[in-house]
Design a protein around this ligand. Structure first.
Ligand code: HEC
Length: 254
């Protein structure tokens, strides 16, 4: 007979109010996770010039692109919908010809003013300003990837944010009846380990692009754990009845 820990309580033993709280929390976190995935896709897909998200795109995001400048990578990737193919061709051609200042005035500035200035006017500290030749030309230098200060800022935001998310999902999931217990604990532990794999590999990928794979493995492990905890918790919350007769609590030893 499988005994459970004397402190274990299953969802089906909790009042409706608590199950409602858990369910609401899981739904919002689940939708948030999907938006997070969408954001990752939007901000990296197409950097290598091909549609869709690939390992190459991530490698370029962190370590830079030896073949294209930051401006070109943005124009092919996240900024590609902001202008027409012709306009993109003009800008890319201008970069390739060596960012001539005369040509900027005559051909590039009108495009930038019309297509980019609304967002890149210097009012948002997270968006690089594109208001004159110098600023645009600076982004047309060789792309060395996300700079280290941005990585540090994003690292601490990620660590705090992700810890909150997986504390909450892990806490809810700890009330599921899952055996063996080591497996249940592993599912809870994986994301905390994967945070280091994911964030650590951002820095290593700056030096060696092959580690973009580790970024993906780290993110994948987190996603798997999240999905497993979410589905099992939701299912057991509403469709699974834990039976204390079949699986009694072990005797109190104190
Ligand atoms: C609707 C608002 C908007 C418009 C219009 C827009 N951008 Fe952006 N752009 C952004 C935001 C937001 C970011 C920051 C995105 C990020 O870092 O994830 C950004 C980032 C960039 C970056 C930096 C990418 C990096 O890797 O640091 C470049 C270069 C860029 N945009 C170029 C352009 C160009 C050129 C145009 C005009 C053709 C343009 N953008 C139009 C919102 C806009």
């Amino acid at each position: 007979m499988v005994q459970v820990h004397r402190m274990f309580f299953h969802y089906s033993e909790f009042p409706l109010s608590m199950r409602t709280l858990f369910t609401g929390t899981l739904i919002v976190l689940g939708v948030g996770y999907l938006f997070g995935m969408l954001h990752v896709y939007n901000s990296h897909a197409g950097r290598d010039g091909k549609p869709g998200l690939s390992v190459e795109d991530l490698a370029i995001a962190y370590s830079g692109n030896k073949e294209a400048t930051k401006l070109e990578a943005a124009l092919l990737g996240p900024m590609s919908s902001m202008l027409s193919t012709d306009e993109r061709g003009s800008i890319v051609g201008w970069v390739r010809r060596g960012v001539d200042q005369q040509e900027y005035k005559s051909r590039i500035e009108p495009i930038v003013e019309q297509r980019c200035a609304t967002c890149h006017d210097g009012n948002n500290p997270h968006i690089p300003p594109l208001t004159d030749y110098k600023e645009v030309a600076a982004l047309a230098e060789l792309d060395t990837g996300i700079d280290i200060f941005t990585l540090i800022r994003v690292s601490h935001i990620h660590m705090f944010g992700i810890t909150f998310i997986f504390f909450i999902t892990g806490f809810i999931f700890s009330h599921a009846f899952v055996r063996p217990v080591w497996f249940k604990s592993l599912v809870i532990a994986v994301p905390f380990f994967a945070i280091f794999l994911d964030i650590g590999s951002w820095y290593v990928t700056k030096v060696n692009p092959i580690f973009a794979w580790v970024v993906i493995i780290g993110g994948g492990l987190m996603g798997l754990s999240f999905a497993f905890q979410w589905v099992v918790s939701m299912y057991q919350m509403w469709f699974f009845k834990y039976s204390p007769e079949k699986h009694p609590r072990e005797a109190t030893t104190i």
